[in-house]
Design a protein around this ligand. Structure first.
Ligand code: HEM
Length: 456
């Protein structure tokens, strides 16, 4: 017997496996054809092929993560960053110095700057504006009138984000211009991200001219707002003040370009996600009139006969659960991407350096392994006794880790208040021409929702 043979064996590092190749690919295009044709169904069925699977998109291999615990591990690991062609296209539209596309120390510093404007204790200061905007909706809507839900939803979300985060009387006039510029941008941005044709988007056909004019107008508006805020000498406790006072790593004020890019990078995707959620909420209230009744009952039991106010929101538990369940089934952010900065491991699988990885909150939040009656709209699954049964990271509509949406409390408060105000005032019926099939763009939302507001 040798000395070596009696030494306790050091456990060998487990061999990393190659993730299985997902089935269903076609020659040349690989999985790209199915992904482009029906992305939600395609991403949802990947779970049947493995927890991590390889996809072939033309000549490129992309990794898809399907198990909730591994999507959490991915989002929390420093081995992955935000990068890749989609993000580069976004930067070319919105600016290179925004928090949504930065990485490393710059991203950490930018998050530290913006975070206080979104903290739980900052939200009550936004209450009066959120109330004003939620009530403006129901005051404008008339019984029997057909509502263009897309326009109404984006309008309210842009106005709330812009007015809360860049407070000032100069916003009254500019909110409408921002809404109009962003509405045009939301319509054309996804195409420019996934089909980056570069100079072709500068060809002066009407659609390009309209998009480029809206983009220029948004940039101009943001410059005007920053100039007006400086001229006013006011420093309300909001995002714009935080950016104007921010210091870089040397203790110097951050540059004008960074302030500008930050405003655009926060306002644009933020308003589109929140607007998509307002649309999905109105779709849900139309499909589930019993939920309108339940919200009304809850509002009445909490506030009695006076109008519901921002201060009541934290007591409206069922109403908040309707929002959470809406986000589970119709998450505005339906796909997230990362890039591996080093060779690494995920769930026992080898992920090479430089690999692009995708996962879908839509697929994870509709996984029958995590949710009983997974396609059923059931807000009560978020009651305290039941919600603890949901596996960790199986419900992450705002993401996880250092890139988690800073606006989770802000958006929950906004959506819960809108649900309470709107359901207390109206019921909704679909009208001919309404198309509630899913529109898949940067965000997910109903395609073209036309609803009649009725009383009762
Ligand atoms: C990032 C969801 C509203 C600002 C994100 C991410 C998600 C998300 C999933 C990315 C997480 C990741 O990459 O892992 C949502 C949803 C919203 C919403 C569902 C509405 C219900 C807003 C609003 C704002 C906002 C209203 C601001 C006005 C941001 C910013 C980031 C972000 C700045 C980038 C954070 C970073 O990279 O560090 N959001 N969001 N979001 N969101 Fe939201």
């Amino acid at each position: 017997m040798t000395v070596e043979s009696v030494k306790p064996a050091t456990p060998a590092a487990p061999e990393l496996r190659e993730p299985p190749l997902a089935g269903g690919r076609v020659p040349l295009l690989g999985h790209g054809w199915r992904l482009a044709r029906d992305p939600l169904a395609f991403l949802a069925q990947l779970r049947d092929h493995g927890d991590v699977v390889r996809l072939r998109l033309g000549p490129k291999t992309v990794y898809a993560v399907t198990a909730p615990d591994l999507t959490g591990a991915l989002a929390l690991s420093p081995d992955y960053i935000i990068s890749g062609p989609l993000w580069e296209s976004l930067e070319s539209l919105l600016g290179k110095e925004g928090v949504a596309t930065a990485n490393g120390p710059l991203h950490r510093r930018q998050r530290r700057t913006i975070q206080p404007a979104f903290r739980l204790d900052a939200i009550p200061a936004y209450g009066p504006i959120m109330e004003e905007e939620a009530y403006a909706l129901v005051e404008r809507w008339r019984k029997g009138e057909v509502l263009d839900v897309t326009a109404e939803s984006f309008r309210v979300s842009v106005r709330i984000s812009a007015r809360c985060l860049m407070r000032g009387s100069y916003m009254d006039a500019r909110s409408e211009r921002i809404t109009s510029a962003l509405a045009t941008l939301f319509a054309g941005m996804y195409q420019r991200m996934v089909v980056p044709l570069g100079p072709l988007y500068r060809v002066p056909i009407p659609a390009n001219r309209e998009f480029n004019r809206a983009l220029a107008d948004l940039h101009r508006l943001v410059d005007e707002i920053i100039a007006d805020r400086r001229a006013s000498g006011q420093k309300p406790n909001d995002l714009l003040t935080a950016l104007l006072e921010a210091k870089d790593e040397n203790g110097d004020p951050i540059g004008e370009q960074e302030i500008h890019d930050q405003v655009i990078a926060i306002l644009t995707p933020g308003s589109e996600t929140a607007g998509s959620m307002v649309m999905s909420l109105l779709h849900v209230l139309t499909e589930h009139p019993d939920q309108v009744d339940k919200i009304r009952e809850e509002v009445k039991s909490v506030v009695g006969d006076r109008p519901v106010a921002f201060g009541d929101v934290r007591k409206l538990q069922h109403t908040a659960n309707v929002i959470v369940e809406t986000m589970r089934l119709y998450p505005a952010v339906w796909i997230l991407t990362r890039r591996a900065v080093t060779e690494t491991a995920l769930g026992g699988y080898r992920i090479p350096a430089g690999a692009d990885i995708v996962y879908s909150p839509y697929a994870v939040q509709r996984d029958p392994r995590s949710y009983e009656r997974h396609t059923e709209f059931d807000p009560d699954r978020w009651l305290p006794g039941r919600s603890s049964k949901v596996p960790k990271y199986a419900m992450t509509p705002f993401g996880v880790g250092n890139r988690k949406c800073p606006s989770d409390h802000f958006s929950m408060a906004e959506l819960t208040l809108i649900a309470a105000v709107v359901a207390s005032a109206f019921r909704f019926e679909p009208v001919p021409g309404s198309d509630n099939r899913t529109h898949i763009g940067i965000t997910l939302r109903p395609r073209k929702l036309l609803l009649r507001a009725v009383s009762g």
